[in-house]
Ligand binder design. Structure first.
Ligand code: NAD
Length: 541
């Protein structure tokens, strides 16, 4: 048993990729290498690669005729095999010491910080259309942080122990969940695939991981990295394939120990419903952890610093094409600062280039696929024809070569217009200008406009206004920002997740999340057990 102490983590520094830097030339080379060849992505179960021959293409969103990989799809047989492999691996893995399990992920973190960095970032840029910076903060820094911080939090959790009393020694044993965990990850962050599969594994669970079809390319390389770091066969099983069929089979299994999900609200609700329908058949109550949609806001007070606000809007709403669950998609601005703000934001958006992320001058790439493109375009087209809305910037959509949507700013007269309320998940921000004297009413409006409560930001230099927003919007966001954009949570600094329709708020990248993957056992040892059953009060007077 390895009982080494886990090193105290610090956040992985974000590399700059400035012209002339070593990381820039390594990344450009990796982009060239990966785009120059097509790979096959197998299913990996119990450490064995399986090719079913039924494949779907992984393409570049910004050049959709370019096929990066053929991804083999799992059918019922592979899903059954994955459950068996996870259960078999559990016997051993759940008995490894935390230090030994952590060793795998700490090694993976160091491999990613060095030799794997350029390749995983390049894969994320090519397959998910991220710029170099967006890839760096996701597929390098955030993953490294998840691994270094989560192992540290798991160690801290083990030190949370009950008190003992004279003659009695008490302990809490943090056992892995008894069943397997089903990890279902979204397309938009490679790091979420890493965290959903590895957080339960760090706690000793074994996992069946179904990546999103549109992120299978980077996710497969990430899986290979974990294998290189020494992840034993079967601890995490990589099972790409048709989501509904895979989920139905896994959720029907008696040994489902938990679901670790990130994605849309409807899908999570459907999964929860399926679990509820099957409740009587489980060996244990499955843990359900889901981080889902958002309709994230920026609300500005008349005292706001207009330059900071404009930058927060542009970065918060449009980076990674607005496809962050935390992306600002509705803004509330007081009439007094609107003319100046409008001028700043429109001028910034004019300079925001959209195109192939391999051209480092671009600020944005393409949206993920045809389905997303059509959905976003539909919202924009409808806004164009509505007499009560104005498209102030953008509105162009072109899917000839890639799924490009230009950063779009819509101004509405009705603060309950549909683009103020519904999650679009694209580079579209809807803005409502309110009369300055209605600051408090506007805060109420922000709170009640959408069913979500993921992220939100307030911009004000007046501290009383900050506190007012803080109080009224207490439950409107699980991650709340003062004078900063609502995106870019950092592991160890801003544990991430929201409530209401945005999920179970189990805070990815914190001890609160890890607690969900352990089933504690209280053990009492009596050093001096009683040797006679009768109590003193029973004696005759
Ligand atoms: P999605 O719900 O379409 O897909 C997420 C995962 O669920 C994918 O692996 C997908 O294959 C799978 N899936 C889809 N339909 C399924 C079904 N019927 N049964 C089982 N699994 C199914 O979401 P997406 O488009 O990949 O990601 C975007 C969504 O994710 C947005 O709503 C966004 O807000 C949300 N998101 C939330 C967070 C957060 O932390 N709250 C983070 C990232 C993304």
């Amino acid at each position: 048993m390895n009982s080494a102490k886990i090193p105290t983590p610090i956040n992985e520094p974000v590399l700059s990729y400035v012209p002339g830097s070593r990381e820039r030339s390594e990344l450009k080379q990796a982009i060239k290498d990966l785009s120059g060849r097509q790979i096959e992505i197998p299913i990996v179960i119990g450490g064995k690669e399986i090719r079913t021959g039924k494949t779907v293409d992984a393409v570049m969103p910004h050049c959709h005729r370019h096929v990066l990989a053929k991804v083999h799809q799992a059918g019922p047989e592979e899903v059954n095999a994955a459950i068996k492999a996870a259960r078999d691996a559990w016997r051993d893995w759940s008995n490894w010491s935390l230090a030994d399990r952590a060793g795998v992920f700490l090694k993976a973190a160091d491999l990613l910080a060095t030799r794997w960095r350029a390749m995983l970032n390049a894969a994320t840029m090519l397959g998910q259309s991220k710029t170099a910076f967006q890839a760096e903060i996701d597929s390098a820094c955030e993953i490294i942080d998840f691994w270094r911080f989560n192992t540290h939090y798991a160690e801290q959790l083990q030190t949370v122990q009950p008190i003992s009393s004279p003659g009695i020694w008490n302990a809490l044993e943090y056992r892995a969940l008894e069943g397997f965990v089903y990890a279902i990850s979204p397309f938009n962050f490679t790091a979420i695939g890493a965290n959903l599969s590895s957080a339960p594994a760090i706690m000793g669970c074994t996992v069946v991981w179904k990546p999103a079809a549109t992120a299978a390319y980077s996710n497969y390389l990430l899986f290979r990295l974990m294998q290189e770091a020494g992840l034993p066969p079967g601890v995490i099983n990589f099972v790409p394939g048709p989501a509904t069929a895979i989920s139905e089979r896994l959720i029907a299994d008696r040994h489902l120990g938990g679901i670790h999900f990130t994605g849309s609200t409807e899908v999570f609700q459907a999964l929860w419903q399926q679990v509820a329908n099957n409740l009587k058949n489980y060996a244990d109550y499955p843990r359900l952890v889901g981080e889902t949609g958002g309709k994230d806001f920026i609300v500005a007070h008349p005292s706001a610093d207009v330059d900071a606000l404009a930058t927060g809007i542009v970065r918060g709403a449009y980076e990674y094409q607005g496809q962050k669950c935390s992306a600002a998609s509705r803004a509330y601005v007081p009439a007094s600062i609107w003319p100046k703000l409008q001028e700043r934001v429109l001028s910034m958006l004019q300079d925001a280039r959209v195109g192939d992320p391999a051209d480092f001058r671009n600020f944005m790439g393409a949206v993920i696929d045809k389905k997303a493109f059509d959905k976003i375009k539909n919202y924009i087209d409808q806004a164009k024809t509505d007499p009560k809305t104005k498209i102030l910037s953008g509105g162009e959509c072109d899917d000839t070569d890639g799924y490009f949507v230009h950063p779009t700013l819509i101004q509405v007269e009705d603060p309950m217009y549909r683009t103020m309320c519904e999650e679009i998940f694209g580079p579209v921000l809807t803005l409502y200008v309110y009369p300055d004297k209605q600051w408090k009413e506007t805060l109420d409006l922000v709170d009640r406009t959408s069913p979500y409560a993921l992220t939100g930001a307030v911009f004000a230099q007046d501290r009383t206004a900050l506190n007012e927003a803080d109080a009224v919007l207490r439950y409107a966001a699980g991650n709340f920002y003062r004078n900063d954009k609502p995106t870019g949570a950092v592991v160890g600094q801003q544990p991430f997740g929201g409530g209401r329709a945005s999920g179970t708020n189990d805070k990815a990248g914190s001890m609160l999340n890890l607690i969900r993957w352990t089933s504690a056992r209280a053990v009492k040892e009596n050093f001096v057990p009683p040797r006679d059953p009768w109590y003193p009060f029973m004696a005759e007077a």
